[in-house]
Design a protein around this ligand. Structure first.
Ligand SMILES: [Zn+2]
Length: 404
């Protein structure tokens, strides 16, 4: 893996990034020139960009928005970030390329030119509505810019115009189904966790039809699109002509091999306005290389499984609470649990308390095995209780014990 050559597109993009003040300064400070970056291993030496740096660069007044605002910008989207609206820029070429890379996934989802699509994402300020509108139009299918809200009117429009493809939050799709929406063929979902929530797709199919193709997606305002599944539903494929994805150890910054959970880091392969270079998303995922029938191969099998800022260090190993939650849910052991971390004679001790539901106890061993496999940790105790106390699901009592 270390010897892998730097993809041609990435090499070209690094040359472009070096013409932008922001990235040139970063590379100069690290003593790196794009000319020296020949392999993916070399690329791992390129400094990361944090969200803070990204935002700060745009605070500069002259020229407006620092390096991220080339003369060719034609669109400024605004997206909520903390207490302000973060501007997101695109040149005409950026928009064209963004739409073009989605055509492959529309095709892999089974969308045809005869389909009538309805987009229920917002069209003002945010990027989501226009993003789907643009990719579907340029693909050549028909699309109704429906926008969010007004459920009964939306159902009426969808049914009256024989909509076959719906673009919606999963929860809004369920609401439309319960309000009398006719069967659709394909759902493009986004904006809420779906793949990472066990059983959610089943619930959607119960409401919208067992034959429904569900296309989940992951993206962020700073980088859209990032990943989508195809009709095979084998996990979220990275749209790798658009973005180069890496998984790093959030603590050491080292790139991790495929199959390990860590922080997702993104680099635009070809973006003119506001390009990202080794951008730390703060989102946790794992990447696996599984060639799919649709032609894609780099996949996030479980989507996004949490945030780096939730990380705990137990027995010297990183533990992500969201991982535990997912595994418990996959075992179908109720909803209640509490993980307590204590320190006993200097050693960390993990106790998982589960709500005693029918059949839960019989799954203890397979749960213990799954937890060890996913986290590399031995859970000292897995106990059952009729009722769980109120309070947080994760309780780190080590600091408290030290102070005693
Ligand atoms: Zn596929």
């Amino acid at each position: 893996m270390d010897e892998k050559k730097l993809p041609e597109g990435l090499k070209k993009q690094l040359g472009y990034l070096y013409t932008l003040d922001f990235y040139r300064k970063k590379m100069d400070r690290a003593g790196i020139s794009p000319r020296d970056i020949l392999s993916l291993k070399d690329f791992e030496g390129v400094p990361f960009t944090t969200h803070g740096e990204f935002v700060k660069e745009m605070d500069r007044n002259n020229p407006p928005y620092g390096s991220f605002f080339p003369p060719g910008v034609v669109r400024i989207n605004l997206t909520p970030s903390g207490d302000h609206l973060l501007p997101i820029f695109h040149t005409a070429k950026d928009l064209e390329f963004m739409h073009q890379v989605c055509h492959r996934s529309l095709e892999a989802a089974g969308v045809t030119r005869n389909d009538v699509c309805a987009v229920t994402f917002g069209y003002h300020l945010f990027i989501a509505g226009l993003f789907y509108q643009g990719q579907i139009e340029t693909y050549g299918a028909k699309v109704i810019p429906l926008g969010p809200g007004e459920t009964s009117r939306a159902v009426d429009i969808i049914n009256r115009h024989n909509v076959t493809v719906l673009v919606a939050n999963p929860s809004f799709a369920l609401k439309l189904a319960s309000s009398g929406m006719n069967r659709i063929r394909i759902l493009f979902a986004g904006g809420e966790p779906l793949t990472s929530v066990p059983g959610y797709k089943d619930r959607i199919r119960q409401a919208l039809g067992q034959e429904l193709v569900i296309i989940d997606s992951y993206s962020m305002s700073e980088c859209i699109p990032i990943a989508r599944n195809c009709a095979m539903e084998t996990g979220l494929h990275i749209m790798d002509e658009f973005v180069y994805a890496e998984i790093i150890d959030p603590e050491t910054g080292k790139t991790l091999e495929n199959g390990h959970i860590g922080e997702l880091v993104l680099t635009h392969m070809k973006k003119e306005a506001q390009p990202l270079l080794r951008y730390r998303t703060g989102d946790l995922a794992e990447l696996v290389e599984t060639p799919c029938k649709c032609g894609r191969y780099m996949t996030m099998p479980r989507g996004i499984s949490g945030r780096t800022d939730e990380m705990l260090k137990v027995k010297g190993v990183k533990l992500y609470p969201s991982q535990i939650k997912t595994i418990i849910e996959e075992h179908g052991i109720g909803t209640g649990f509490r993980l307590t971390i204590r320190s006993e004679k200097g050693a960390d001790r993990l106790t998982l308390t589960l709500k005693d539901t029918s059949g839960a106890r019989s799954k203890t061993e397979s749960l213990r095995h799954a937890l060890r496999k996913a986290t590399l940790l031995n859970f000292n105790e897995i106990v059952f209780s009729d009722r769980l106390e109120e309070g947080p699901r994760f309780s780190d009592e080590r600091e408290m014990e030290k102070r005693k």
